[in-house]
Design a protein around this ligand. Structure first.
Ligand SMILES: CC(=O)SCCNC(=O)CCNC(=O)[C@H](O)C(C)(C)COP(=O)(O)OP(=O)(O)OC[C@H]1O[C@@H](n2cnc3c(N)ncnc32)[C@H](O)[C@@H]1OP(=O)(O)O
Length: 301
């Protein structure tokens, strides 16, 4: 549990509050002076929880800060408190969600641009309170408030724990391979309002379009914003075969393809295992050619 030097109770009239770019609890009512005080305290809470989340995920800098939230009007943070804890109460967890415009592949390998895709961006429950249902409570509140369903959420590079959480509580198992670090599950594209496929029907788009792709040995490299930011991702043998990739490359070339678009921000940060690129590197090092990428050298072993 995270304690603060101030009493958190006035900020948490209910156990879970929502905070957006004004850095105020959604329940907040007050004059200008109270507003400034609440903003400063909320900033401290968000920064503390964001830092703990980053540490727990092995990131070298937080994904969630008050400053970032202030700059972004498409994100919401849900905070869970235990107002009975200690003298001042304590905060137990954080869930940051938002909407993103993403270039994504559906189950058949068709490329689609999805605008305002619901995204799970950061999720953390304090170590002393994990596996006690608090994560589920936060997530359920978020789903209700945002009017989202779990299968329609994209998840920004989920940890093993989050993958387990989604499997356990929502039965999400079958991922759709992507060329970026977002994870989608089968069913994401189903139902009314499903986004249309892009371009020419083979999922590649044309040479001028943002989703233009080159595929080599299962690596999907596009010039989409995601790939530029986050790097290429291994799509797996099956999807590679399905797409009829012609070219066979050496392991060295694969590493170059992964590293030519080096990750930045969250993605340049050291991470624990659980990445498709890890699989490639592991396979490659068996051939005596391991390591070398900036992401790889940053990763905690
Ligand atoms: C997009 C992203 O934010 S990726 C980063 C996700 N965050 C993290 O990995 C930070 C560390 N982990 C956490 O903070 C928490 O474990 C959360 C937020 C993932 C889940 O919150 P919790 O309160 O633990 O979840 P809750 O109690 O509702 O559900 C428990 C289930 O989550 C999964 N889980 C939670 N903790 C663990 C763990 N230590 N090891 C493996 N699975 C875990 C399991 O499926 C677990 O069910 P089980 O106990 O029957 O195996």
């Amino acid at each position: 549990m995270v304690d603060f030097r101030f009493d958190i109770k006035p900020l948490f009239p209910q156990p879970i509050i929502k905070v957006t770019s004004n850095l105020l609890p959604h329940t907040f009512r007050g004059d200008r002076r109270q507003c400034l005080d609440a903003t400063s305290k909320m900033s401290e809470i968000i920064d503390s929880l964001g830092q703990l989340s980053a540490t727990s995920q092995g990131l070298n800098k937080p994904v969630t800060t008050a400053q970032r939230l202030r700059m972004c009007d498409t994100q919401t943070i849900y905070l869970l408190a235990d107002t009975e804890a200690g003298h001042n109460g304590a905060v137990a967890g954080l869930l940051k969600v938002g909407t993103k415009d993403l270039y994504l592949f559906d189950e058949t390998g068709q490329s689609r641009k999805v605008e305002n895709a619901p995204s799970i961006l950061d999720f953390y429950v304090h170590e002393t309170r994990q596996r006690a249902g608090l994560g589920k409570r936060l997530f359920e509140t978020m789903l209700q408030e945002e009017k989202w369903t779990p299968v329609k959420c994209s998840v920004d590079r989920p940890s093993e724990k989050l993958v387990g959480f989604l499997r356990k509580h929502y039965g999400l198992r079958h991922m759709i391979p992507q060329a970026n670090n977002f994870v989608l599950y089968h069913g994401f594209f189903d139902g009314p309002g499903a986004p249309a496929a892009n371009g020419n029907g083979n999922g590649n788009g044309d040479a001028q379009s943002p989703q233009h792709a080159t595929r080599n040995n299962g690596l999907h490299i596009t010039n989409s914003p995601n790939t530029q930011l986050f790097g290429a991702t291994y799509l797996g043998e099956d999807s590679n075969r399905r797409r009829g990739s012609q070219q066979q490359n050496s392991p060295n070339t694969l590493i170059q393809q992964i590293t030519q678009i080096s990750p930045s921000g969250r993605y340049g940060a050291p991470r624990p295992t659980c990445s498709m690129a890890e699989i490639i590197h592991a396979g490659n090092s068996k051939n005596g050619k391991g390591g070398g990428s900036s992401a790889e050298s940053n990763r905690i072993k």
